[in-house]
Design a binder for this molecule. Structure first.
Ligand SMILES: [Zn+2]
Length: 326
């Protein structure tokens, strides 16, 4: 097993998002939000905020999503095998097993996820396989390393008529402008994941953390790159690199319009090298109304491979899909 090596390698090469080497020791989790260690347990229904935003169905959420297209089927089949150009993530990792506290790539953000989950409410019927709709879940994808499976993920979401949310770094947007434009064109939310994925606190990258001004600059500079591609600012939505948070972050970035911190309640752990079958099992086990899933588009994660089955599985459980801003 070489997980430790993989993490260190990723860290040293700056491929942060693909590996999410975060082993936070300073998770700031507001009361009521899932702690890193509790990520294996779906948030109690009682923790679901009551502030509810009505689900705004979009064309992409039509029941038509039920029938996978031939393309989707083909892709799903092909996706069962990692692309030859990239060895299975597990083969390049393994070894050191992260401590339980590392259960989430960016566990501290679970707090934000809980807040985001506030928008989760019983949704209009969006399932298509006969199951009763029991609620909605939100799929989020972080992009900060390579193009990875981004295109496959977008294809899958389109075929399945599922809307999702993408957290991208400014650097990734600059290198993959075509994909960022498509995310927006396909109806997905594109939110700010900073310019270069520097840890705001320094906990996960040991680079010393960032001043309040530098934190705002990380978001503003990313927005300057992303906004022209999606046609509008990413404000007010942002996600912290590694989920590294502290009591000052919110106040530091609010002045520049970033007031909606996006977190998650379910980490697929694809970034840790989980095989697609395990990612699927984990995502099914932790499914809950209002859940916010975090996946990564990077090649080192098999999240993109597991996605078709994850979507099908969630549908069978009766869940619909919506963006984190809905
Ligand atoms: Zn990230």
């Amino acid at each position: 097993m070489l997980v430790g090596f993989g993490v260190l390698a990723a860290r040293s090469t700056g491929r942060f998002d693909a590996a999410q080497p975060a082993l936070p020791t300073f998770p700031v989790v507001p009361t009521g939000a899932p702690t890193p260690g509790s990520l294996s347990t779906p948030p109690p229904a009682t923790e679901a905020p009551t502030a509810v935003a009505s689900v705004a169905p979009t064309a992409l959420q039509k029941p038509a999503a039920a029938k996978p297209t031939a393309a989707a089927t083909r892709r799903a089949t092909a996706a069962t095998t990692p692309r030859p150009t990239s060895p299975p993530a597990a083969s390049t990792r393994g070894g050191v097993t992260p401590t339980p506290s590392a259960a989430g790539g960016e566990p501290a953000m679970a707090a934000g996820a809980a807040a985001t989950a506030a928008a989760a409410a019983p949704a209009a019927p969006t399932t298509s396989q006969g199951a009763a709709t029991v609620g909605s879940v939100m799929l989020t994808f972080d992009a900060g390393a390579d193009r990875g499976y981004a295109e496959d993920i977008l294809d899958t979401l389109a075929d399945e008529h599922v809307v999702a949310s993408f957290g991208i770094t400014g650097n990734w947007a600059r290198a993959n402008a075509d994909l960022v434009r498509r995310m927006a064109a396909d109806g997905h939310l594109v939110f700010n994941h900073t310019l270069d994925h520097r840890s705001f606190t320094g906990v996960s990258d040991s680079l010393g953390g960032l001043s309040a001004a530098a934190r705002r600059a990380e978001l503003d500079e990313a927005d300057a790159i992303i906004a022209p591609l999606i046609g509008h600012s990413t404000r007010p939505f942002y996600r912290l690199p590694y989920g590294d948070d502290d009591p000052h972050v919110a106040a530091d970035v609010a002045p520049d319009g970033y007031t909606r911190k996006i977190g998650w309640t379910v980490d697929s752990e694809g970034w840790r090298g989980l095989q697609s079958t395990d990612i699927l099992a984990r995502c099914m086990k932790l499914a809950a109304s209002g859940a916010v899933y975090v996946f990564h588009v990077g090649r080192e994660s098999q999240d993109g491979i597991a996605l078709p089955q994850v979507i099908h599985g969630l549908r069978e459980k009766g869940y619909g899909f919506k963006r984190v801003d809905s």
